[in-house]
Design a protein around this ligand. Sequence first.
Ligand SMILES: [Zn+2]
Length: 393
Amino acid sequence: MKKLLKWLLRGLGLLVLIGGVYFFFVLPQAVDRKANVVVDHAPYAISTQAQALHDSLRVADLHADTLLWKRDPAKRQTRGQTDLPRFRDGGIALQVFATVTFVPKGMNEGSNTADKDAMTALTIAQAWPMRTWGSIYERAAYQAQRLQKLEARSGGNFVIARTKTDLQTALAARETNADILVGILATEGAHPLEGKIENLDRLYDEGFRLIGLQHFFDNELGGSLHGVSKSGLNAFGREVVTAIAKKGMIIDVAHSSVKTVEDVLAMTDAPILISHTGIVSLCDHPKRNIPDRLLAQIAERGGLIGVGYWEMAVCDTSPDGVAKMLIHGASTFGVDHIALGSDFDGAVTTVFDVSELAAITDALLRQGMSEDDIRKVMGENQIAFFLRNLPDA
Ligand SMILES: [Zn+2]
C-alpha cells in the first residue's frame, strides 16, 4: 500500500512537471506563432531603382506590439514579424512600440465586453512579474521597462525618444551609424490608468508619449469601436484628454468609437493620429475602420493616418495592395498625412515581415508615386510629426 502511494505521488509529480513545462515553455511560443503569422511566400523582386531608393529612406512605423511577446527583441527570431535585426533590415529608423494590456475573452471586431480578460493566463505563462497578473497599469509599466532594458543594453544603438531633442540627437547620430533605431512608447488603450488621472504622470515618467484611448472594449474613458455601447467620451475621458494635451503627449484614436473620435476632435487641439487603420472608401470594413470624414478631420488638424497591412485594413494584403491603399490615402487626405501603421506582432496575418518593407517601396514606385512622396509616407511624415509634437524637454 505504501509502495503504491509512493508510485502514485511520483506519477503525479511527473504530470505536474510536464504540465509546467508545457505551460511556461511550449504554450507562449505556440500562442505567439498562431497569433503573428507571416504567410509563406517567395522573396519579393525589388528593382534596382526601388532598392536604392529604399536604402536611402528613413522608414518609420506608428504601431507594433513587439513588447507583448516572450522573445528577446535584440535577437533575430524565427517567429513573429519584428525584432531589432529585422527592423534594421527593413530600414526602420523610428518605431512606435505599443503596449497591449487587456484582451477581452472571445475578442471580436463588433461587440466586446470587458468581463473576462484573456491576457492574465498569457502574463503568467510568459513569466511576467507577479505584479502584472492583476494590474493593467503594471502590465503597461512592465512592457515599458522591457524597452528601457533594451535601450540600456544596446550600446547606444537603440534609443527611446522622450523629447524632441532625443529624436533630433538620435537621427543626427544615425547619419553616420545606420544601426541606430529610435523607439517611442504608446499605450494601446488608456485602461492602464485604471481610472486614476494621477497614473498619467506615472505613464509619462515610464516614457510613454502616445496614449491610445481605447482598445477592443469600452473602458473607463468611453466607447471603443469594438465595444458594446458605441458611446463617446465620458467625464473621465474628457479629463484624461485635457491632461494628455497639458502634458504635451499625443492622442491615438485607433480603436476608438466614431463618437469618441468626434468628441476628441471637438474638444481639443492636442496632436492626434490614428496609428493603425484601414480606409473604408477603399476597403469597406466599418467594424475595424472609422469613416473617411473623420480621417479627413485628423488630416486637416495636421495629424497622421497609419495604414495597416492586415486584411481588415487593406483588403488586399500584398505589397501591391498596401501600396494601393497608401496612394489612395495620399490622394484622398493629402500625402503629408499618410504613414505606415503595420500592427506587426499585434495578432495579425501578413504576407511580409518588417525586414521586407522594400517590397512596399517597390510597389509604390511601380504604381507611379513620386520618389519625394514615397519618402514622406514611408517615414518622413512620421518623423516630422514627432519632431513637431514630442515634448521639448
Ligand atoms: Zn490595435
